[in-house]
Ligand binder design. Structure first.
Ligand SMILES: [Zn+2]
Length: 88
């Protein structure tokens, strides 16, 4: 029976994962269920997050925010080699 829940386990390594559709492609992404603390830079004027300092504006125009983020399970799965090239 197909499991339609958004959380589950990786079929390859058994790690707890989340299945969430990508905002960009709509295709489901497999994410590690455990969040990691990362830093997001947010432009003070626009409120837009950015990963690099905006140019040519000075760095005083951004603030560093600590947020919980999720990692693509492809990056951490010990069995990810088996996934490569597999497309359906
Ligand atoms: Zn895995």
């Amino acid at each position: 029976m197909e499991d339609t829940r958004m959380s589950g386990q990786c079929h390859s390594c058994g790690a707890p994962v989340l299945f969430v559709a990508s905002a960009k492609s709509g295709r489901p992404m497999i994410l590690d269920a455990t969040p990691q603390k990362r830093i997001v830079l947010i432009d003070v004027e626009t409120g837009i997050p950015c990963a690099t300092l905006p140019q040519p504006r000075p760095s005083s125009a951004v603030r560093a925010h600590v947020v919980d983020t999720l990692v693509d399970h492809h990056a951490t799965c010990p069995a990810a080699e088996q996934w490569k090239g597999r497309r359906r």
